[in-house]
Each structure stands twice: as structure tokens, then as C-alpha cells.
Design a protein around this ligand. Structure first.
Ligand SMILES: Nc1ncnc2c1ncn2[C@@H]1O[C@H](COP(=O)(O)OP(=O)(O)OP(=O)(O)O)[C@@H](O)[C@H]1O
Length: 718
């Protein structure tokens, strides 16, 4: 029977069978050409020895039905095909068939004269439906390993979003140790995952893993998880929201598998595609991983067909498998990504403080301030000026014209949150910053603790400039932020142990400090200290935040509304803690509770619209801004005018602040009224008509606050 071999896609013609030119129709030329050449070589060899034979190219036969070969042999039915093979075949060019199966089909007399072990070129449009799992295995493997990326990324972005990272830095954790701790944490997380994945694949007897040298696989997989962690460190810098991060990460995972399958894989097997471009694609770690799985599975298949061993270290020298490039890429990128992440971290925390403060375009001269500001605020500014010229170590905090302007966003104008604030706090002093919502108190604290950079001006903490030495400032600083920054899974004790260690406490000193701290904020009893903080009530979290701010003996402590959400008993306990703590350090706290301010603070400042409106101790402020008694009296509505007449008789400058249904409230200047005069007015009134109730009170801090705040706001509106 004559056999013609025709170059190109026509391999041979067997006139007596349905096997015809169509057999390779649709296969890509590149691979078909290569295969064709080999078949032609086989044909030539046999032709020179035996003139009368048929050639059957039979591939993918270790599944018995519906295989790729069957599908492409047109209308040839399996039984016919086997019969024909059994009767007339002289040569079987075996592609992907196991010998055992050939023997089963063709009998033991059949001899494989030529074994063709190259992979069959793939049909571009028709993947083998019955073999999807093995066809898609590299994609599955890639997807499984890449699952670690969203876990690491969201964790890192979450710490950034919740400011936990900056909180740790505020308590003295350097960039290097932070990177190292996080790295080890993710390595501990990734290693068992990867081991489990690998072990499962081995247990399932997947050839892609079983066939190869285990030490080689171990090195590649270990390297990859390290690369994945350092890649995530770098990638996390591009995100600020956890939700966006996880959506993007999962899309990238999905895309990586598909790009690997439908693009990279084709380019890898296509000899006409430049190798350098394949290497460039593999610079993305996900595709390097895909290439790794692809080469493993390819080599495993070859090993199975040729009964040879799988991938070993020696195969790294085989340029065609690209494993050496993948190895080099993994090692290089792992170290480069880590280094760049460290440098960027370092740069961002430094640059935010190294930047020269811009001179404020609206900066006001000292003389202008003298004119515009109240005497107490102007005096504080002068004190700061003097301290800048002649530094005094007894002052822990010196703020000089600190200013923060938030840029306009979404059509809103820019916001001057803190405006040229000058303030000096001595050691042992607790300074209370009062102000209505949005006055700029938190912004001021954020600048002092390094959460946001000042737009102008600077501050010195124990002589260290926050613009240039913030890292050193962190080592002597404690912070209780407005919103608790805690790890839900750690207990109170673990939090304190961690932050205590950051403050260089060790051994028994650390344990003692933690116990004292827990007991001072009432978290020791009933085993609460060893419960996860995620299960704490709001008040307990607040107390833990205060304890964290005080552990390790910081020289300066910032507390942003420390007693918010506390019940009265806990609040009293907290006050005791702060009272004890303030003896050796400067404490700056913001609060909306006048009781708290009066109880804890040696000096108070009322802050409105970013500016300090007044400063002094509670007594001075009351005397200065509240030099009046508050007289309240309730009669029938008909007698309101008579009461007002009596009041004006003893105090012509009395200020009626309130009246409703016979109840009136007057502010009586202390310099023109004696309390005895008020009693006299009440007696006269009682003799003429019924007085239902009356009272006289000294000015409270709240009165001062309302007066100053309203006055300043009215002034600003004008
Ligand atoms: N990131 C920001 N971008 C733009 N404006 C901001 C930003 N943060 C705060 N502000 C604005 O700056 C002003 C001061 O805010 P800040 O939070 O410092 O006030 P606060 O006195 O602490 O208020 P509260 O007592 O309610 O905590 C507010 O008007 C606020 O809207």
C-alpha cells in the first residue's frame, strides 16, 4: 500500500481508510511543522527498510473513548480504527499513549517502532472537554497559591486604614522591625498553607508534583511564598481601602490564571515568540508561578511517556524549560521588593517630617496677634517665642505657630483646621483643650503624633523637632487616640506586653508594669485582661487605650477624649490614673466634659475655628469670662416685667439671657452686685406676688465655654 508524505499540513495519505489529510486540519503551523518534520524523518527511515506499510499516527490513547485522536479522526469509529490498526499497522507513532494500553489494544506482537513523545499541538478552538481538569490544572494550581495575596494585602491595608501601623510607630516601633515582624507573621501564615497544598497534590498522586525532585520543588515553592509576601508589601502601598483591595486582588488572581493559560502558555511553546518577552511577562510573580506549574506539568507528562524521571536540578541548565530564569527572577525580585518597601516606608515617615514647612501666606506678625488676640493667648505666644530663643528643659511641649490647612475636596473650599497655634506645656502639667465639634482639636493632636503633617510651623517635644526628629519623639510619647486602635484578637495583657516591649521594658519590669497598668484601669478583675479585646465593651476598650498610652513611662502623653463612652465609676477610676500619671509628664488632652477638664487639667485652652481663644486655669477663666452670677427666678408671666425692674434696680448692667413662661435668667456682673442684694430683691418680690422658685449660682466652666465659643463664632461670622 503506497503512502505519500506531503509536506506542510498534509502528512500522509492512506487511500484505503478514512484517515485523510483532514487529520491535522486546524492545527497551528508552527507545531505541526515541527511534528511533520519528525514524522517525515520516521517515514524516510521506514521507507528505506520496508516498502510496504501503513503509518498510523495515534495519539492520546490512554483514555479509551472520545479522546482527541478519536475526535479528529473524523467519522472513523473506534472499533474500526482499532481493527484497522491491528490488521495492517506496521508503525505506530505513539503520542501520549502508554505502552500498556497499546498492548491491550494491539496485542503483545505489536511493536512500537517509533515513539513520538512530543506533545500534540493543540487545537485553538476546541479544548478536550473530557480532560478539562488536567488541561486546566496549571490555572487551578496558580489560583490556589495566589489566594494568599488578598489575605496579606487586606491585612496590610487594614493596618494602614485603621492607623494601627502608625500607632505602633508612635509607640516606638521602627520601620525595620515593623517590616520584619509583619514578614515573619505572613511567612508563618503562608508556609503551612503552601505545605498543605503541596502535600495534598502529592497525596492525590498528581504527576505534576510526584515526578520531580522534591528538593527542587521545595526550593521553588519556598522562594515563591517569600516573593509573594514581599510583592504584597509593595502592592499594599497602592491601596488605602480594604474593600477595594480585596476586590482588585481577586480580579488580579482570576486574570493571572487566565492570562497564563491563554497567553503565556502559547507564547512559551511558540518558538517564534521572543524569549525575552516571555521573561518580561514572568517579572510579574503570578506569571512566574504559572510558568513554574506549566513546566512541572509538561515535564511530568514527558517523563510519564518516556518512562524517565521528572524535573531535577540538572534540568535547570536546559534553556528550553525556562526554569533557570524563573529561579533568578524569584530570588532577585524577592530581595528588591523587600528593599524598596523598606526604603519607601522609611522615606514616607521621614519625608513627612523632613519637608520644610511652607511659610504661611496668611502668617500674621507678632504685633498683629497682639492686637487681634486676647491678652492671655498673646502672652502664651510670647512665652513660646522666648522658649525658642532660650530653651527651657522643664517644658516638654513647645508649639510654634502650628498650622494645618486641608485642601478643598469635592467642591468644598479648603479648611484651615489649626491656625498659627502657639503653646508651651511644662512637665507635670495637664493641659485641657476644649472646643466645639470641628474646632481642630483632633487635627492638632494628629500633627503632634505624626498622623498628619503640619502645613506650616513646628513643635518641639522634649527639645526634639517634630519636623525632623519624629522617630525619636515616638520613643518618649504615649497616645490614646480618639478611636481605639486595637487588635481584635489580642487580649489586653497581650496589647500591654507588646507596647511595653516597644518601650524597652523587659522581664519582671515589663510584667510588673503590665499588672499595674491593668489594675489601674480596672481590667484585671474577672479575667478580662485575658479576653480578646474584640469582645470588650466600648468603655473597656477606652480604658485599655488609656493604659497603652501610659505604659513605659512616656514623657509626653496625648489623650483625645479619653473618657468618651465611660460610665461614671470607670470615668472616676480613669481620672485617678491620669492624676497619678501627670506628676512626671506633660499630658495634653481634649475633652467635651467640663467636669473632666476642671478635675484633671491645670490649664485649659478654648479652641474655636482652629484658633486658641483663651488660655488659663479654670478659676482664671471663670473670673475673666464669667464675672457674673446667674440669677434664675420663676413667677407667673404677668410679673415678668416687675421682676426685671427689681433686678435692674440692683444691677443696671444685668443681662437677661433667657425667659419663658415666667421663668427668667439674668447674668449679674459681680462688680455691681452683692449676693445680699439678690436676697433682698427676692424678698420684695415675694411680698408682692407669688415666687414659685428662684436660685443664684456662680459661673460654671460651661458658661465660660459657651460664652467664649459663641462669641468667637459670632466674631468669625462677622
Ligand atoms: N482629612 C480632612 N480633610 C478635610 N477636612 C478635614 C479633615 N479632617 C478634619 N477636617 C476638618 O477640619 C476641621 C477640624 O476637624 P477636627 O477633627 O480636628 O475637629 P475636632 O475639634 O477634633 O472635632 P471633634 O470634637 O468633633 O472631634 C473640621 O471642620 C473638619 O471637618
Amino acid at each position: 500500500m503506497a503512502i505519500k508524505c506531503i509536506k506542510g499540513l498534509r502528512l500522509w495519505r492512506n487511500s484505503s481508510s478514512e484517515i485523510n489529510d483532514e487529520i491535522f486540519k486546524g492545527y497551528r503551523t508552527g507545531n505541526s511543522e515541527r511534528m511533520n518534520n519528525e514524522i517525515v524523518a520516521a517515514y524516510d527511515f521506514l521507507n528505506s527498510n520496508n516498502k510496504n506499510f501503513n503509518v498510523i499516527v495515534w495519539y492520546k490513547s490512554n483514555t479509551n473513548e472520545g479522546n482527541r485522536g478519536g475526535a479528529n479522526l473524523g467519522n472513523l469509529r473506534k472499533e474500526n480504527f482499532i481493527m484497522r490498526v491491528a490488521r495492517s499497522v506496521n508503525l505506530c507513532i505513539n503520542i501520549q499513549a502508554s505502552n500498556a494500553y497499546l498492548e491491550f489494544l494491539l496485542g503483545t506482537n505489536f511493536k512500537i517502532l517509533f515513539e513520538f513523545v512530543k506533545e500534540m499541538p493543540k487545537h485553538p478552538n476546541m479544548p478536550p472537554v473530557d480532560d478539562v481538569i488536567s488541561w486546566f490544572s496549571c490555572v487551578f494550581f496558580t489560583w490556589i497559591v495566589l489566594q494568599l495575596i488578598p489575605v496579606i494585602l487586606t491585612h496590610l491595608v487594614d493596618e494602614k486604614q485603621q492607623n494601627i501601623q502608625i500607632m505602633m510607630k508612635m509607640h516606638g516601633l521602627g520601620d525595620g522591625p515593623y517590616l520584619m515582624i509583619s514578614y515573619i507573621f505572613f511567612l508563618v501564615l503562608s508556609s503551612p498553607y503552601m505545605l498543605l497544598f503541596w502535600a495534598s497534590c502529592l497525596c492525590l498522586d498528581l504527576g505534576s508534583f510526584r515526578a520531580h525532585d522534591y528538593s527542587l520543588q521545595f526550593v521553588f515553592f519556598s522562594l515563591y511564598i517569600n516573593l509573594q509576601i514581599s510583592f504584597s508589601f509593595l502592592a499594599a502601598r497602592m491601596f488605602s481601602k480594604v474593600r477595594t483591595t480585596s476586590v482588585v486582588a481577586y480580579l488580579i488572581i482570576l486574570g493571572t490564571g487566565l492570562v497564563g493559560k491563554f497567553y503565556l502558555e502559547d507564547k512559551v511553546v511558540d518558538p517564534s515568540f521572543p524569549r525575552n518577552l516571555v521573561t518580561v511577562m514572568e517579572l510579574y510573580p503570578g506569571l512566574a508561578l504559572y510558568r513554574l506549574f506549566f513546566e512541572f506539568s509538561k515535564k511530568a507528562r514527558e517523563a510519564r511517556l518516556s518512562h524517565s524521571s521528572g524535573m531535577s536540578w540538572g534540568d535547570l541548565n536546559d534553556r528550553s524549560n525556562g526554569m533557570k530564569e524563573v529561579l533568578i527572577i524569584m530570588v532577585a525580585e524577592w530581595s528588591i521588593f523587600l528593599f524598596v518597601s523598606y526604603c519607601l516606608d522609611n522615606k514616607s515617615s521621614l519625608s513627612c517630617f523632613r519637608r520644610k514647612p511652607k511659610p504661611s501666606s496668611q502668617s500674621t506678625s507678632l504685633e498683629d496677634f497682639d492686637r487681634l488676640e486676647k491678652a492671655d493667648v498673646a502672652q502664651e505666644r510670647k512665652k513660646v517665642e522666648e522658649l525658642l530663643v532660650r530653651p527651657d528643659k522643664s517644658y516638654s511641649i513647645v508649639c510654634n505657630n502650628l498650622r494645618k490647612v486641608y485642601p478643598g475636596k469635592d467642591g468644598n473650599p479648603r479648611k484651615v483646621a489649626v491656625d498659627e497655634l502657639s503653646l508651651a506645656l511644662a512637665r507635670g502639667e495637664c493641659f485641657g483643650m476644649l472646643g466645639p465639634n470641628g474646632a481642630g482639636k483632633s487635627t492638632f493632636i494628629k500633627m503632634m503624633i505624626g498622623l498628619t503633617r503640619p502645613s506650616a510651623g513646628t513643635a518641639f517635644v522634649d527639645g526634639l523637632n517634630i519636623q525632623t526628629d519624629m522617630k525619636r519623639v515616638y520613643t518618649s510619647m504615649g497616645v490614646c487616640p480618639q478611636h481605639d486602635l486595637l487588635w481584635e484578637l489580642l487580649t489586653a495583657r497581650e496589647h500591654l506586653l507588646f507596647y511595653g516591649r516597644l518601650k524597652n521594658l523587659k522581664g519582671s519590669a515589663l510584667n510588673r508594669a503590665v499588672e499595674e497598668s491593668l489594675s489601674s484601669v480596672n481590667l484585671l478583675n474577672g479575667g478580662v485582661a485575658d479576653k480578646q479585646s474584640g469582645k470588650y465593651s466600648g468603655g473597656m476598650k477606652r480604658r485599655l487605650s488609656v493604659a497603652i498610652s501610659l505604659i513605659g513611662d512616656p514623657k509626653v502623653v496625648y489623650m483625645d477624649e479619653p473618657s468618651t463612652g465611660l460610665d461614671p465609676a470607670s470615668r472616676n477610676e480613669l481620672w485617678k490614673v491620669v492624676m497619678r500619671a501627670k506628676k512626671e509628664r506633660a499630658i495634653l488632652l481634649t475633652t467635651h466634659s467640663m467636669d473632666e477638664a476642671e478635675h484633671l487639667c491645670d490649664r485649659l485652652g478654648i479652641f474655636v475655628d482652629g484658633r486658641l481663644q483663651c488660655i488659663g486655669n479654670a478659676k482664671q477663666l471663670k473670673a475673666r469670662y464669667g464675672g457674673f452670677y446667674v440669677f434664675t427666678i420663676t413667677t407667673s408671666s404677668d410679673n415678668e416685667q416687675e421682676i426685671e425692674r427689681l433686678v435692674r434696680r440692683i444691677s443696671p448692667n444685668a443681662n437677661k439671657t433667657y425667659h419663658l413662661s415666667g421663668t427668667q435668667k439674668f447674668e449679674l456682673p459681680k462688680n455691681e452686685v452683692k449676693i445680699a442684694d439678690v436676697f433682698e430683691v427676692v424678698e420684695v418680690a415675694k411680698s408682692n406676688f407669688i415666687v414659685q422658685a428662684w436660685g443664684i449660682a456662680d459661673t460654671t466652666l460651661e458658661d465660660v465655654f459657651i460664652k467664649v465659643a459663641c462669641g468667637a463664632e459670632a466674631f468669625n461670622v462677622i
